[in-house]
Design a protein around this ligand. Structure first.
Ligand SMILES: CC(C)(COP(=O)(O)OP(=O)(O)OC[C@H]1O[C@@H](n2cnc3c(N)ncnc32)[C@H](O)[C@@H]1OP(=O)(O)O)[C@@H](O)C(=O)NCCC(=O)NCCS
Length: 396
């Protein structure tokens, strides 16, 4: 964290229990913590709780050196209000803004070695948010897959899939959601909730600790200190309705990629990827008889593209992207459905791909198409370095 002489403020607002801590970076153990069950009253209570924590610590908002906040997932209102408050305070005080996800904070705080660590936070009604992390034999925490949301029975299927990638790792459910679903989790994975870790809730101290870590993507984590955008995992109902209305468009036109598309495709590639393909990769693919290159058109321009190699009975997705402005409009799904249809006609039995462990959008897409986790390749990606999940779709 920056400027160790100035106090820091940590906000945990992702559940009904708000936790605020004011501390010095040099001595986090002597933090002044204020906690309150606010129910749905985040908007009403947050400022006074912050004021109370600052006053207990004898600190002023304008003296803050850093502010760490929970970016979710959890309560939509809680995350929004927490993040907006943290950003406003950072703006006026000049403090450095840090973020950590509720799930990352729980995974780090849980510690342990050689385990599949699965933080659980309530997502309303019967649903839960679940994170996927692996701890190595030295206790290092690594992101394993993007978080998911759903009812416990669906999430338990995902746990079996993730566990199969790791072999002899123990399974540990942590966080407030683990307490809520304890019986069911124990029935599926005996001993998995025995630790009772952070079952009581989330803590501002865990958020501060996770947000201040410097082991960003290089360590397989989504740069905790840089996560200052909300991580909702599931869009709010209101957003969903608007999106479907705005994006309820006709399907995109799908056609083969031709050399004349390359300038547009290349520009998108550079905007969308930290490690973009150079033009030579596209030219090689265009000259490769086993390669399939498709573009999706919407509004007269290239909205997305896909590159795959088909060597029946196998096929491999090599590249897939949708222009920012067209994302969540069904472009990638249309491209993938076309690829799958072509694979079927050419006798492909298994379509495989690699995806960054942090790439929630792509993993969400592939799962809805029926892809399953089949492997983990450590340190596979560069810029930033990150593990790859291997996913496969069986075509009968
Ligand atoms: C991943 C990517 C290709 C998805 O493209 P897209 O055209 O926005 O995807 P679609 O609109 O067809 O989405 C289809 C489904 O994928 C999932 N999905 C897409 N974006 C998502 C997101 N941001 N979060 C969670 N799920 C998401 C949803 O299940 C979605 O269905 P829904 O909209 O009915 O909920 C796009 O985000 C992208 O180009 N990202 C950068 C490049 C990249 O990561 N490529 C993949 C490399 S493996």
């Amino acid at each position: 964290m920056t400027d160790a002489s100035r106090p820091g403020l940590a906000l945990e607002t992702a559940t009904d229990r708000v936790s605020i801590a004011v501390m010095s970076s040099e001595d986090p153990a002597s933090a002044h913590v204020v906690e309150e069950d606010v129910g749905h009253g985040h908007t009403r209570r947050l400022s006074s709780l912050i004021a109370s924590a600052l006053s207990r610590a004898g600190a002023r908002a304008r003296d803050l050196g850093w502010i760490a906040t929970d970016v979710g997932p959890g309560s939509f209102t809680g995350v929004r209000v927490g993040l907006a408050t943290a950003k406003a305070l950072a703006l006026v005080s000049g403090a450095r803004l840090l973020g950590a996800s509720s799930l990352t904070a729980l995974a780090h705080a849980a510690g342990g070695t050689k385990s599949l660590t699965l933080p659980l936070v309530g997502a309303g009604r019967r649903d839960l948010y679940m994170g996927f992390y692996r701890t190595d034999s030295q206790g290092g925490v690594h992101l394993l897959a993007a978080p998911r949301v759903g009812p416990p029975e669906t999430l338990l299927e995902a746990v079996s899939e993730a566990h199969a990638l790791l072999g002899d790792h123990s399974v540990r459910f942590v966080g407030p959601g683990a307490a809520r679903e304890r019986e069911r989790l124990e029935a599926a994975w005996p001993g998995s909730t025995a630790l009772e870790f952070r079952h009581e809730g989330l803590s501002a101290l865990d958020v501060a600790a996770a947000a201040s870590r410097e082991d960003g993507p290089g360590a397989g984590l989504p740069a905790p200190g840089h996560e200052t955008d909300p991580a909702y995992v599931r869009p709010a109902q209101a957003e969903e309705k608007v999106r479907h209305r705005v994006m309820g468009l006709t399907p995109p036109g799908i056609r083969s990629l031709v050399p004349a598309d390359l300038p547009e495709v290349e520009e998108l590639e550079h905007r969308l990827f930290g490690d973009p393909w150079p033009r030579s990769f596209f030219l090689e693919a265009l000259a490769d008889p086993t390669a399939l290159l498709l573009v999706a058109e919407r509004g007269g321009g290239v909205a997305g593209y896909l590159v795959a190699t088909l060597v029946p009975p196998g096929a491999e997705l090599q590249n897939l992207a949708t222009a920012f402005v067209h994302q969540r409009g069904g472009i990638a799904r249309a491209l993938m459905e076309e690829l799958i249809a072509i694979c079927r006609t050419r006798g492909v039995r298994v379509l495989g791909l690699e995806v960054r462990v942090s790439n929630a959008a792509a993993q969400g897409l592939y799962r809805t198409l029926g892809f399953r986790l089949v492997g983990l390749r450590r340190g596979y990606y560069k810029s930033p370095i990150e593990d790859a999940l291997l996913m496969a779709l069986r075509l009968n």
